[in-house]
Design a protein around this ligand. Structure first.
Ligand SMILES: Nc1ncnc2c1ncn2[C@@H]1O[C@H](COP(=O)(O)OP(=O)(O)O)[C@@H](O)[C@H]1O
Ligand SMILES: [Mg+2]
Length: 259
């Protein structure tokens, strides 16, 4: 039985093209992500993985195709049969559905963990400080950092900073979380704690798109693995198929580096 196929996808990307000047980085990406699904994107450096994530939450505009999240075209609305660009305010509201975690944690250095987490809910989305603070404390507990609420980023390890960054992204209560190589900047001994936090989120039913080179995470936590190369999806499927028995030479040669 395939329950996923009957549910409206949370993310629906169709024929997405993106160029930077003459450089065509995304060359027709199609991808659906179902609610609650965990999709891991693998692929060599320069294949367009970060660009694709940035297009999903419209940190980049696309040149062709469409990306819908939760039934809405990010950045546009249909009016009288025409696509109209939304105001910055409207895009900000749409983006609230999407949390993003980057390789560099990008925490505000002059703010404590708690202040970092409540900044967007209070500053951008008008939540009361009291509600945002209560939620932030719950989130810190969820990422195992209750004791670090009042610490500044410089007082935290890289792994702890990244877990605060995850809590911060969750603070806007997103329907979708995007992770762009969240463990690539970490010392090897700190990778595990961040992956464990992400695995918890996956088990709790959060919809996630994760770009990572952590094949072990893909094997254990992904519902689907997508292999990108040259701005295209080369192959996708269940981790046990794509990782164990890849159909394409490019996937095989990419994966052989990790064995
Ligand atoms: N803002 C930008 N301006 C120009 N070129 C860019 C920009 N962002 C990414 N690129 C180029 O797009 C290609 C894909 O980059 P990226 O999406 O970061 O790949 P990946 O995340 O798979 O390593 C690379 O050649 C990169 O240099
Ligand atoms: Mg990248």
């Amino acid at each position: 039985m395939n329950a996923i196929a009957t549910i409206e996808p949370l993310v629906r990307a169709r024929n997405v093209h993106k160029s930077f000047d003459q450089l065509e980085v995304l060359r027709g990406i199609d991808l659906d992500v179902a609610p609650g699904e965990v999709v891991v994107i693998l692929g060599p450096s320069g294949s367009g993985k970060s660009t694709f994530l940035r297009c999903i939450n419209r940190l980049e505009t696309i040149n062709q195709g469409s990306i819908e999240v939760d039934g809405e075209q990010i950045g546009y609305s249909f009016r009288k049969g025409k696509l109209v660009q939304l105001s910055n305010h409207a895009v900000a509201l749409q983006r609230r559905k999407i949390g993003m975690v980057f390789q560099q944690f990008n925490l505000y250095p002059h703010m404590t963990s708690l202040q970092n987490i409540i900044e967007a809910p209070v500053g951008i989305h008008g939540e009361s400080r009291k509600d945002a603070t209560e939620n932030a404390r719950r989130l810190l507990e969820r990422v195992g950092l209750s004791a670090k609420a009042d610490n500044y980023p410089r007082q935290l390890s890289g792994g702890q900073q990244q877990r605060v960054a995850i809590a911060r992204a969750l603070a806007i209560k997103p329907k979708l979380m995007l992770f762009d190589e969240p463990t690539s900047a970490l010392d090897p001994e700190l990778v595990g704690e961040v992956l464990a936090t992400m695995r918890d989120l996956a088990n709790q039913g959060l919809t996630m798109i994760v770009v990572t080179h952590e094949i072990g995470f893909a094997r254990e936590a992904a519902d689907r693995v997508v292999f990108m190369d040259g701005g295209k999806v080369v192959e996708q499927g269940k981790p046990e198929d794509v990782l164990v028995n890849p159909q394409h030479l490019r996937t095989r040669s990419f994966l052989s580096r990790f064995i």
